[in-house]
Design a protein around this ligand. Structure first.
Ligand SMILES: Cc1ncc(COP(=O)(O)O)c(C=O)c1O
Length: 441
């Protein structure tokens, strides 16, 4: 048999059609538009509210700790599903930051909490643990789609429920119940195994109240599904109350919650997080993980222990910085006619996109990158803003919204907190550039 590349690709990635799709997607279009702006206006700064990652370095003491542990012979090995020092620090953090109690002894901690190579990695492993061909996962839209994609890779079905502003960007519980029940009733399918929740939420910035989690936990027991709770932004929230499905009555029995060092410690490239849940389900995660990777390096885990042990020193400072910036962004956007509400958490401000800019409707705008297609209204608006060097991320999945991120570069990259004066410079420039337009909403 000859080696014909087209015949080699699995159907889950489009089989013989793999790599032939010429459509240009949202983030690539943004990248190209930014490059075009830079070339046309080399001296004009791009105000980049599109980036989704922090602009500061990890805390100094954590970086120092990581460096020290590179020389530690104990860290010179595979971590596999350990190391206990990180598990202890994460368990303690769960208690202190979120009020989630975990066992105090090492064997108990190991049963309830295992590290991940970041939330993304954990999300891609969950379908391998639970989804048989014909089963389904429910995903919220707009959102971070990794678990849905891997559900489909495993022959499962991705069901979606929208996050709408009128519901506080929470899934409507009746819609969620109907979605699960309708799928489970069908004779030709398996059942809904996983329901994805992500709060604080990317991109909407919404946080979820405890009553919402109580209701979903009740539904999980009633209908028999696992809540896959993506808590990648946990800690970056602006509410008094800490909420989690793990805090609901019987929440620990039906939830796998994924936490991450990425946002709450400015440690995105460290690729480290942890999963918490009932030992019965955690055993499946640990088993699949063990067959997928050999764990994050022990010196990275040791460095991250410093961040966790320094709570409440680190994350609240990072959160304060985003809060300061979000307040400034809200003022500028509101003054220009946008209807901005402060997010409950994350560093994202999710605002309704204008329906017209300078008298031109954002509906029916041709997509020049994909001939024959139209842009969604939010994407059309984002392209107009980009012509003025303002980069945002458009979402047209459930209403038309622009996401402005508080991770913009104010010229103080690498500082943990940065200063208000540096933010002010960027925000004043945003004010001037938005002021050139006439927005209608
Ligand atoms: C909602 C959400 N979940 C998970 C992730 C991945 O986080 P990590 O860096 O822990 O893999 C991201 C990253 O942006 C995210 O926005």
């Amino acid at each position: 048999m000859a080696l014909i590349p087209e015949e080699m690709f699995a159907d889950r990635i489009d089989g013989p059609e793999f790599g032939k799709d010429t459509a240009i997607y949202k983030f690539e279009k943004i990248k190209r538009a930014k490059a075009a702006f830079k070339e046309a206006h080399p001296d004009v700064e791009i105000l980049d509210f599109g980036v989704g990652s922090h602009d500061g370095l990890a805390p100094e003491s954590s970086r120092e700790s990581l460096k020290r542990h590179v020389d530690n012979p104990e860290c010179n090995d595979y971590a596999d599903n350990g190391i206990i020092e990180f598990q202890r620090a994460a368990a303690m953090y769960m208690k202190r930051a979120f009020g989630v109690p975990l066992p105090g002894n090492d064997s108990g901690i190991k049963n309830y909490l295992v590290h991940s190579i970041g939330s993304k990695d954990a999300l891609h492993l969950l379908p391998a643990c639970f989804v048989n061909p014909g089963d389904a996962s429910v995903m919220t839209v707009p959102g971070y789609g990794v678990m849905g994609t891997w559900t489909e890779y495993f022959g499962g079905k991705k069901l979606t429920v929208p996050l709408l502003e009128k519901n506080g960007f929470l899934p409507n519980l009746t819609v969620l119940r109907n979605t699960v029940e309708k799928f489970n009733e069908r004779e030709d399918t398996g059942r809904v195994k996983l329901v994805y929740l992500n709060y604080p939420n990317n991109p909407t910035g919404a946080d979820a109240p405890q009553e919402f989690y109580d209701d979903v936990v009740g539904m999980a027991h009633d209908l028999g599904f696992i809540i896959a709770h993506d808590a990648a932004y946990a800690g970056i929230n602006f509410q008094e109350e800490t909420t989690s499905p793990l805090l609901s009555d019987r929440g620990m029995d039906c939830t796998l919650a994924m936490y991450s060092m990425s946002k709450m410690g400015n440690e995105i490239p460290w690729r480290l997080g942890w999963v918490v849940g009932h030992p019965r389900f955690m055993a499946a995660y640990a088993h699949v993980k063990d067959n997928a990777n050999s764990g994050q390096s022990p010196f990275i885990q040791r460095g991250a222990c410093d961040t966790l042990n320094n709570f409440p020193h680190i994350t609240p400072q990072i959160t304060e910085k985003y809060h300061r910036r979000l307040l400034g962004m809200a003022d500028v956007l509101n003054d220009n006619g946008f209807d901005v509400k402060m997010p409950g958490g994350t560093f994202f401000m999710y605002v309704p996109a204008p329906v017209s800019i300078d008298g031109v409707s954002m509906e029916g705008v041709p997509d020049l990158a994909n001939p024959g297609k139209l842009l969604g209204p939010a994407e059309a608006a984002s392209q107009v803003l980009l012509r003025d060097g303002i980069s945002t991320v458009p979402w047209d999945d459930a209403g038309a919204y622009l996401r402005f991120s508080a991770t913009f570069d104010s010229g103080e990259r690498n500082k943990l907190i940065g200063c208000a004066e540096a933010d002010e410079r960027v925000l004043s420039e945003l004010y001037i550039r938005l002021g050139r337009h006439n927005f209608e909403f």
